[in-house]
Design a binder for this molecule. Structure first.
Ligand code: SIN
Length: 303
């Protein structure tokens, strides 16, 4: 008999975990049960967890070293660098810069060379309707490709670019310039083996500007196809938040999208911790990808 109760929420992914108070230290058995359920369901929803920032940090530390948000220092909680405030509340008398966080498909921090392994998001306030989050299963996205397509995507490296975060133009230009300077484009393999489950998953999203070695025109249709395939409704779980839901997801086999489907005059206030993943990928210098024009020049010069 387990210590926690796990109830599946969606066919592709998602489970609710009850029977546990996350303010209390986790014993080894509960930790193992949570990890087993997480590997099976990819997104775990812990309802009714009224945690403060320190309690969320303490719970998150059970699963690894925490990201201190040095890649995005302007958006973290000044008192807790491990906490990213995803909020539309006014901060210091101004609309929060993170009010539009997550508005295109992504996995957290893939624009760095150490994408987050896990993220834990706690809902402190929510609008009366909407403000949902979508999660897409990237194992299924890989496994349902045809055999030749799987072989093809195994050869691809995608260039993840922080400037493709949707809504950056609505943020303070100085802070955005800092974000871009500290996060040059980084290439990651499109197919990754999950280090704990051994299953292969795609690493995709809408913050990819193309594939290493391919022109923009070549990359765009491939990327569009892969993102559309991966976000097919049958691979997606939609989470409708309740206050004090803590949701823990695995960025190594999921991408997610925060919907702007709510009245923006109503508060949506979330606090996020992220667990550091493995070092991966390499920085790509601007101009390293071939442009159609330069390829034409090269062909002209040899013909
Ligand atoms: C995020 O992209 O990490 C934020 C998700 C959300 O606010 O629902």
């Amino acid at each position: 008999m387990g210590q926690i109760n796990v109830e599946q929420l969606g066919f592709a992914l998602g489970a609710q975990v009850t029977g546990i108070d996350l303010r209390q230290p986790l014993n080894d058995l509960s930790r193992k049960e949570i990890l087993d359920a997480w590997h099976r369901h990819l997104v775990l929803v812990f309802p009714d967890q009224d945690l403060d920032a320190n309690q969320q940090i303490a719970f998150s530390r059970n699963f690894g070293e925490l990201e201190r948000n040095d890649f995005q220092p302007h958006y973290r909680d000044p008192d807790h660098p491990e906490i990213l405030l995803v909020t539309n509340k006014h901060l210091n008398g101004k609309p929060s810069e993170t009010r539009n966080t997550g508005r295109n498909w992504h996995s957290d921090l893939t624009y760095t060379n150490r994408p987050a392994k896990a993220s834990l998001l706690l809902c402190k306030e929510r609008p009366p309707v909407g403000g949902d989050t979508l999660f897409a299963n990237l194992y299924l996205a890989y496994e349902t490709l045809s055999k030749p397509m799987r072989a093809f995507v195994e050869t691809l490296e995608a260039i993840h670019d922080v400037s493709l975060i949707k809504g950056l133009e609505k943020r303070d230009p100085q802070k955005v310039a800092d974000l871009k300077r500290t996060n040059p484009p980084v290439a990651h393999a499109v197919v990754k083996v999950h280090p704990e489950t051994g299953r292969k998953a795609l690493l995709l999203g809408q913050r990819i500007r193309g594939f290493v070695g391919y022109t923009e025109e070549e990359s765009a249709p491939i990327l569009n196809f892969l993102n559309e395939h991966a976000s097919s409704p049958e691979f997606v779980y939609r989470h409708r938040w309740s206050v004090n839901d803590l949701v823990m997801w695995d960025n190594r086999c999921l991408m997610h999208l925060a919907l702007p489907d709510f009245d923006q005059t109503k508060t949506r206030h979330m606090i996020r911790t992220s667990i550091l993943g493995e070092l991966s990928g390499y920085y790509v210098k601007d101009g390293e990808e071939p442009e159609k024009e330069s390829l034409m020049q090269a062909i002209a010069s040899v013909s």
